[in-house]
Design a protein around this ligand. Structure first.
Ligand SMILES: [Zn+2]
Length: 143
């Protein structure tokens, strides 16, 4: 999560909402890829931290299935990212701050654990939540 927070800070530097993500290999230690929100930087509506990190992890492993991997992200994933997480077959999603307005991993929706889907990653929430939320609060306060 510390690495994801560092990524989030990079997003803010580029004028993007500070959200950062990393993908860990099945060993739970090796960092396969990282990403931060680049919607503004890239003019891309789908350039969320999670999507970029998943794409890079898949490129790194040469395999779209990220079975056994863990995605760590500073903010609860939105519906798009929750969908991408299910599609990527990651085993675990760890997030920091809850997103009560748009979260799709337990807050507003729970797409990643929807029993109608055939793949449901484990979800661990609240890791360094205050620090993750603090970055966002600070970003929006200065806007
Ligand atoms: Zn998202």
């Amino acid at each position: 999560m510390r690495l994801a927070l560092t990524e989030a800070a990079l997003a803010a530097r580029g004028g993007d909402v500070p959200v950062g993500a990393v993908v860990l290999a099945p060993d739970g230690v090796t960092v396969l890829a990282a990403g931060h929100n680049e919607r503004e930087a890239g003019g891309d509506p789908t350039a969320h931290a999670e999507v970029l990190a998943l794409r890079r992890a898949a490129a790194e492993t040469g395999e779209w299935r990220l079975t056994g991997c863990t995605l760590v992200v500073t903010l609860e994933p939105c519906t798009m990212c929750a969908g991408a997480l299910v599609q990527s077959r990651v085993d675990r999603v760890v997030y920091g701050a809850r997103d009560d307005k748009a979260g799709a991993a337990g807050s507003l929706w729970d797409v990643v654990r929807d029993r109608r889907l055939n793949h449901r990653p484990e979800v661990i929430e609240g890791v360094l939540a205050d620090e993750c939320a603090g970055l966002l609060t600070e970003f929006f306060r200065t806007r």
